[in-house]
Ligand binder design. Structure first.
Ligand SMILES: Nc1ncnc2c1ncn2[C@@H]1O[C@H](COP(=O)(O)OP(=O)(O)O)[C@@H](O)[C@H]1O
Ligand SMILES: [Mg+2]
Length: 636
């Protein structure tokens, strides 16, 4: 076997071939030696001549942002304090890349894929600048089972073998940049590390290419780009729903597997909590969580939760299906810009195995701010609010990396991207929110008002939308819920009417609206409380599978459509107080439990009493039993 060589990352030892000619904050300008080529997005290493505090030669990772004649500007992913004019620079000639292979699941990386736990073990909590460690532990052993034999012909992306990574059958694929058809020269089953060569491929003109368990891929190039161009993969229209088990999303504003969604909201409206719920309960195989510019404490909390919580799909800890990429507000800003691409590329890699992957990013506003800072340092012509003029296309290109892919051998994988957006002051009419809303297919707008009332999740049903609603409702109709589309329309109409009536009532007072309108308003409030709101602290209500959502919606619609014979607003109010209490308890009752059946019967009995004209007395009197009576008779 050939010796395991380190694949292309910036951690190889290379000769300096450029010098720093200017440095300012996170940007260094360099001049390469004559004849040395320098390309945009290539990785570089700055070697400050002033040695680190422990006498160590620091190596600061950087990326070429701009080439100007014989000079270039670099974004440095670390503090540039102490970097001086004349300092040597290594130009790796390779693009900034991420390492893809077994061991990603359960890992915690920074935006440049440095393994934070390994670094913390070596250096303590406060990482020295330029601290290095390989992204995937080279000492970890994996049992490799080949799927092809020597002599077989293979192309880019073909599955060469598998290893078991936690609950995932991790496919080891032929290098994604392989050109044309290659022959397997040899391939060996056995226990190997990520950098060990497990096979060798022979190509045109006698060229040979080693295959390791891990391969590298440039973060700024969509992983399937070459495969798509070569007809080795196909993009499909997303038409299956992402099941989040959150009612307001799945039923009202669905996201597709392979689709995109944005969650804008003011500070404190619940973006992070909502993303955590989506990450926890969504029916996907792998979750990539990019914590971008948020507080470190939140990230620590998330990791603690994920280590403790169970993966509802595969069992085991939630962390086992999760990759966390984190660049908290206390880490250098430039790496924050890279962190989203690192996360997306990891997501694309698992998608290529035929898995459903969800990427959540919190928050893309902080990422856009990093773009703005770098653009400012390069003195580019600013667009609106100082963001670069290419903000729009950059955001669009990011969300374009979501999608459904079918591989040459028929594997079907998806990458869904859900980004939180945190506009200052909660004003959605600002560049990042606007560009994001133009790029995504689902908009889940959080409202400060709903958060203030503790109507969680605080997604505002009156501003949110999903461009996939019809397509995904067709899916549910085929899956046995043909009435769903009409029920969703009824619910949305009711919520709009409720808002109109509430607005009117704010002007005229309760006396100013008719009894019929008051009933509509109470019905809208009931539907909101029982269906849209979902209790994240209740073990049952926190996660509602589609069938449970659909049964509840049918019941809510039954209430909504029932004509009521009530005499005055107080009666209406009291009825809906009881219905809402029963509805909430219904949400706490597990499917098939005696409680559930009893509460359903109770709800129907309330309805019958309120809508049976024969039940009695003239308008305004005696139709309804008192609250005390209702409470006394739960089992009837
Ligand atoms: N679904 C929810 N259920 C209960 N409380 C919530 C929910 N969402 C948010 N909260 C409350 O609101 C606070 C702020 O939420 P967070 O997600 O951190 O807001 P944001 O990320 O939008 O700033 C949380 O600490 C929690 O107390
Ligand atoms: Mg947050």
């Amino acid at each position: 076997m050939p010796p395991p060589a380190e694949p292309a990352r910036a951690d190889a030892t290379l000769e300096p071939s450029a010098r720093v000619i200017a440095v300012q904050d996170g940007v260094a300008s360099i001049r390469p030696e004559p004849g040395v080529a320098v390309a945009k997005n290539a990785a570089a290493l700055l070697l400050p001549s002033r040695l680190g505090p422990d006498g160590r030669q620091e190596r600061l990772l950087a990326e070429v942002l701009r080439v100007r004649g014989s000079e270039a500007d670099l974004q440095v992913f670390e503090s540039t304090a102490g970097v001086a004019v004349g300092d040597p620079v290594v130009l790796t000639g390779r693009p900034l890349s991420v390492r893809l292979g077994p061991g990603l699941l359960g890992s915690l990386f920074d935006g440049l894929q440095r393994p934070l736990e390994a670094l913390a073990a070596a250096h303590g909590t406060f990482l020295p600048r330029g601290a290095e460690a390989p992204p995937l532990d080279p000492a970890a052993r994996w049992a490799f089972a080949p799927a092809v034999r020597s002599g077989d012909r293979v192309k880019a992306g073909d599955v060469l073998g598998t290893v078991e990574e936690r609950h995932i059958r991790h496919r080891i694929m032929a290098p994604f940049d392989l050109d044309g058809c290659w022959t397997v020269l040899w391939i060996e089953a056995g226990v190997a590390g990520v950098l060990d060569v497990v096979a060798e491929l022979g190509g045109p003109g006698g060229t040979r290419r080693p295959v390791r368990l891990a391969q590298d891929w440039p973060i700024r190039t969509p992983l399937p780009a070459g495969l798509l161009a070569a007809g080795r993969a196909e993009r499909l229209r997303p038409d299956r729903p992402l099941v989040t088990t959150l009612r307001i999303i799945d039923t009202l504003f669905p996201v597709a597997l392979g689709g995109t969604a944005a969650i804008p909201g003011p500070f404190g409206a619940g973006k992070t909590v909502l993303q955590g719920l989506i990450a926890r309960y969504s029916e996907v195989d792998v979750v990539v969580s990019v914590a971008c510019g948020e507080r470190a404490g939140e990230v620590v909390e998330m990791i603690r939760d994920f280590a403790r919580m169970e993966d509802p799909r595969h069992g085991g800890a939630l962390l086992d299906r999760t990759v966390i990429v984190c660049n908290t507000s206390s880490m250098p800003v430039a790496a924050r810009e890279a962190s989203i691409y690192t996360g997306v590329t990891i997501g694309e890699y698992y998608r290529q195995m035929g898995l459903d992957v969800l990427l959540i990013a919190d928050s893309t506003s902080r990422w856009a701010q990093a773009l703005r800072e770098t653009s400012g340092r390069l003195e580019e012509i600013p667009g609106e609010e100082g963001y670069p003029a290419y903000l729009d296309s950059t955001i669009r290109a990011l969300y374009d990396r979501a999608g459904v892919i079918r591989t040459a051998d028929g594997r079907l994988g998806s990458l869904t991207i859900i980004g939180a957006v945190s506009p200052a002051g909660g004003d959605f009419d600002e560049p990042v929110t606007r560009s994001t809303l133009a790029a995504v297919r689902t908009f889940l707008g959080l409202s400060a008002d709903r958060a203030y009332k503790r109507f969680y999740p605080a997604i505002d049903p009156l501003i949110s939308w999903s461009r996939l609603e019809e397509r995904l409702l067709t899916h549910w109709a085929r899956a046995g819920a043909p009435a769903l589309a009409a029920q969703v329309q009824t619910l949305k109409r009711l919520l709009r009417e409720g808002e109109d009536i509430a607005r009117l009532m704010r002007v005229t007072g309760e006396e100013g609206i008719t009894l019929a309108d008051f009933v509509r308003l109470e019905k809208a409030r009931f539907a909101d409380a029982v269906f849209l709101q979902q209790d994240a602290f209740d073990p049952v209500d926190v996660s509602a599978p589609p069938a449970r959502q659909q049964a509840l919606l049918a019941l809510v619609i039954e209430v909504v459509e029932r004509p009521l014979a009530l005499g005055d607003k107080d009666e209406v109010r009291r009825l809906f107080q009881r219905l809402t209490a029963i509805g909430r308890n219904l949400n706490y009752a597990p499917d098939g439990s005696p409680d559930r059946a009893r509460l359903e019967a109770e709800l129907r009995a309330e309805l019958d009493r309120a809508s049976t004209p024969g039940g009695g007395a003239p308008a305004g009197e005696g139709i309804l039993p008192s609250d005390a009576e209702v409470r006394r008779s739960p089992d009837t």
